[in-house]
Design a protein around this ligand. Structure first.
Ligand code: 4NP
Length: 160
């Protein structure tokens, strides 16, 4: 099983949405036995909280269920997860700081976005519903590419 962790600041808007979209896509592709995901925040602001209701609405509008309780990223996550996907460069910096070492599976979410490689997933928290739909679109296409990347890696490993 390959474990993937999506990380943002609050763990109530972007990363739980990424987790929900990832889980939805691997279910559709019948890959649930090979990949699993979770999400976390670099801050302690929303530990134990449900996702932001605007994130839930943007997921459900696309037929995607979303259940998560906020938790804070911890350096031990570096041992549990093969891949850590940071939503923006601040998250990535904070992850590296918490880990205290390099992690070969650390990427920016939008390293997998052909339309704007390496950009930040914008923080929609202080915006409106349009911002959440925009984040949804960015995550949806980036995660499709990321899953293709994971499958390719899996094939390479199987081939030895
Ligand atoms: P997220 O959005 O990092 O995508 O979950 C935010 C949620 C809460 C806050 C900031 C960003 N906040 O400052 O409380």
């Amino acid at each position: 099983m390959i474990n993937v962790l999506f990380v943002c600041l609050g763990n109530i808007c972007r990363s739980p949405l990424a987790e929900a979209i990832f889980n939805h896509q691997i279910k559709e592709k019948k890959l649930l036995d090979r990949f699993s995901s979770d999400s976390a925040g670099t801050s302690n602001y929303h530990i134990g909280s449900d996702p932001d209701s605007r994130s839930i609405v943007s997921a459900v509008a696309h037929g995607i269920p979303m259940i998560h309780k906020g938790r804070q990223f911890h350096h031990l996550d570096g041992k549990k997860f093969h891949y850590i996907l940071a939503m923006d460069k601040n998250n990535s910096r904070d992850i590296i700081h918490e880990l205290g070492m390099k992690h070969e599976g650390l990427f920016l979410m939008r390293d997998f976005d052909e339309q704007f490689k390496g950009a930040d997933v914008p923080d929609p928290y202080y915006g409106n519903a349009d911002g959440f739909e925009n984040v949804h679109q960015i995550l949806y296409r980036s995660i499709e590419n990321f899953i293709n990347f994971l499958e390719e890696k899996d094939r390479e490993n199987a081939a030895g």
